[in-house]
Design a protein around this ligand. Structure first.
Ligand SMILES: [Fe+2]
Ligand SMILES: [Fe+2]
Length: 287
């Protein structure tokens, strides 16, 4: 497959991806509407019993570590906030969609561990710079490489070849994607985000996570995810499909208000948070 042919193929295959469950779209609409209330969101989620049970299991897990049991969705919304609950619903349905445990030649566990490390690191960076939605940063980190997950699902053999070449040649996976597909996973991720009508800041962060210096609409969230991707690679937690360490874009470094002497502290925070986050992912994946 080459060039335009693959682009058309990817776009037409995207249409075959199942739509997100109706409840997810409703929850995203409610979260976007300033006039809707916590009760509106609780009502929509509560109609889906399986989803309700999973959200309650998550909010009561060690990841959040609340001292008292949260027993209703309404309570979860009050404690965690609209956007965090919206993101939980989104994370659960995306993980369901891409929950294949095995793909010959591709280590999916390592890819999810990379995604999780970027999620945790995004939240750490967000908190440090005073970004007002650290849980949103977690979600953006978790979903930043969704383009790779989609390629594994839609074109397993082709993508396996790309990963093998990247790993065997110390090339960037993005370069190999570009040379085979003429697009990279960041753009494919954007197509998916559009297809599923993700919130705009999430779509931008997914699309621009390798080029934060070119992002003008949501430079903060995009820089957070970019920086987290670099740091997670330096820490070697999981694998993004190649073993390269991208350069930390200067513009992102400035937006994140980082100083070189902060890094050791940040690495220690990542180590501290990653175990809890592994539980978070496990709870979602096991249903
Ligand atoms: Fe990436
Ligand atoms: Fe990545």
């Amino acid at each position: 497959m080459r060039g335009l042919e693959i682009k058309d193929k990817i776009l037409s295959k995207l249409i075959d991806l199942p739509t997100l469950p109706e409840v997810v779209n409703k929850v995203m609409e409610i979260a976007n509407n300033p006039r809707s209330s916590a009760a509106d969101m609780a009502k929509v989620i509560s109609q889906d019993q399986a989803l309700t049970a999973r959200i309650l299991k998550l909010v009561n897990s060690a990841y959040y570590g609340f001292p008292r049991r949260i027993s209703t969705i309404a309570q979860a919304i009050v404690i965690l906030g609209f956007r965090t609950v919206r993101d939980l619903v989104l994370n659960i349905s995306i993980l369901d969609m891409f929950n294949s445990k095995k793909q010959a030649g591709i280590n999916i566990e390592a890819l999810w561990l990379h995604n999780l490390a970027v999620a945790v690191t995004s939240k750490v960076l967000a908190k440090r710079m005073g970004y007002d939605q650290p849980d949103e940063a977690f979600t953006a980190g978790l979903l930043h490489d969704i383009g790779k997950l989609a390629m594994i699902k839609l074109f397993p053999q082709e993508y396996e070849k790309i990963v093998n070449i990247a790993q065997g040649s110390s090339r960037w996976i993005r370069d190999v994607e570009e040379s085979f597909l003429e697009v990279d996973h960041a753009l494919i991720g954007k197509w998916i985000a559009d297809h599923w009508k993700f919130p705009p800041q999430l779509t931008r962060a997914i699309h621009m996570h390798h080029q934060p210096h070119l992002e003008s609409e949501y430079p903060e969230l995009t820089s957070i995810v970019h920086g987290a991707d670099v740091l997670a690679r330096i820490k070697k937690i999981g694998s993004g499909g190649d073993e390269q360490i991208p350069s930390f874009k200067k513009e992102a470094w400035i937006i994140l208000k980082l100083k070189p002497q902060d890094l050791n502290e940040i690495y220690a925070e990542i180590d501290k948070d990653i175990e809890g986050a592994i539980t978070f992912l496990k709870v979602i994946r096991e249903g």
